[in-house]
Design a binder for this molecule. Sequence first.
Ligand code: ACO
Ligand code: ZN
Length: 161
Amino acid sequence: MTELQGFVIRKAEPPDISQIMQINLETLPENYPEYFFREIYDRYEKAFFVAETEGKVIGYIMCRMEGGVSNFGLRWIRRGHIVSIAVLPAFRRQGIASELVKNSMKALKTEYNAKEIILEVRVTNLAAIRLYDKLGFSRIRTLQAYYRNGENAQLMAYKFE
Ligand code: ACO
Ligand code: ZN
């Protein structure tokens, strides 16, 4: 558990999922049915975190594990994948997303033995791209027409030393 000014970052729990889904709907075009959140929670709960203030969930991060070819060399590796992260607009620019990502990065490495972490982000989403830049992620390549509206994704990756 991490204490920011007036916020707590803690592991997600099943009763949080309805609030997490609501934040996801309000903040991102990529929305998922409840079973998707539950399945990620059931399989990777140790890397699933929420930010909370006054008993209300105001941000979340969820991740999964997968195998794949390294983005830093020709090896097959276990890697974490940041599936979705969001913070409600009223609570942004206070370091909450940074803290959520740091908690998941640590859990992916120590609990799930991830060697790298990847994610996709809209090429126009400069706020998120800068967040990942700041945390040490590299911009790997763009994925053409990755999103349903035809927009490109920036593939970003982080390698644990
Ligand atoms: N403009 C420019 N840079 C920004 C912005 C912005 N609006 N927001 C964050 N950053 C960068 C800055 O470098 C910032 O550091 P600074 O404040 O010291 O300058 C750094 O990111 C860290 O910011 P945080 O305060 O930790 O981020 P925040 O809690 O505001 O959340 C987030 C950032 C998650 C991108 C938020 O804006 C959000 O929820 N957006 C909508 C959902 C979204 O786009 N999610 C990411 C999609 S990609 C994916 O899920 C894999
Ligand atoms: Zn993805």
